[in-house]
Design a binder for this molecule. Sequence first.
Ligand code: KG4
Ligand code: ZN
Length: 326
Amino acid sequence: MFILGIETSCDETAAGVVRDGTETVSNVIRSQVNVHRAYGGVVPELAGRHHVVDILPVVESALEPVGANKLSAVAVTVGPGLNGPLLIGLSFAKAFSFANDLSLYGVNHLAAHIAALHLLDEPPEPPFVVLLVTGGHTALYHVKDWGEYRRLGRTLDDACGEAFDKVARLLGLPYPGGPSVESAAAGGDPAAFPFPRPMTGKGFDFSFAGLKTAVALKVKEYGDKPLPTADFAASFQEAVAETAASKARDALEATKCKSLAVVGGVAANKRLREVISETNPTADVFFPPPELCGDNGAMVAAAGFISVEHDRPLPPGADAVPSLEL
Ligand code: KG4
Ligand code: ZN
């Protein structure tokens, strides 16, 4: 069974085809980073305009290996995300599925990040714990089965990726912040600044706003003096990685799960991966490859497969839901 997945919730126009929920046939991602870089963050109106231009060529290119006539269903992200961008993907998917006489499935973007794990050569077997770290969300889930997610905790303020993006700006590093902080950290000392490890040992909720403020206050102390950017980046990255790793370890203990997976854009961070693996030496730890960490269409198709199995098609009049929860 071939499913087409369409993703336009933020600043990537993406489409992918997945076979039987497990095999990536195509995964085409058109990023808008060059559009938004000048503004230091995603401008929703511009994101929408570019999705309109890019959606058709991206879907056409995703369909090159199989063709629309081979598809069994279409899946599209309905939320959470930016309303205008979501509506463009949803409207396109409604028209495309109607024209090709295919069922349409609405997918939660966070569930899609988790479903990216379904595409690994050896996916984790439920039950497992998943740490989801994106630009807009940060949470820990207990995955009892594919499609059955119990949230253990989430961020009370900034998301993990958002903290990377804001700290990048404080350090004068280019957008998008996560990859710039990671590159800058390469030559830095992670012990140079003892930034806080927020809320560790205190349940499963996260808080990154205070950590960001701690970095801002330290930057301010330098005044006109040159910033040791690499040390700042490495110390901040270490604080995030240790915080995430410690919360993940507590979640494994509480749920008695043996497997841990990390998904979302920030899961591409190599130091985060290392610290999480080192802190959880007895767990089986799963990370998607970088192209399945950030936003993409294949993960939406994989989540669509789970919806097909549960027979949950999208009602024809369904709308986008920008603040959809998981
Ligand atoms: O999952 P994603 O592509 O989009 C959302 O659903 O938000 O995540 C994007 C976030 C951004 O905040 C970006 O800075 C962060 O992931 N990110 C990283 C890295 N690559 C992307 N953060 C840290 N290290 C990275 N290598
Ligand atoms: Zn995402």
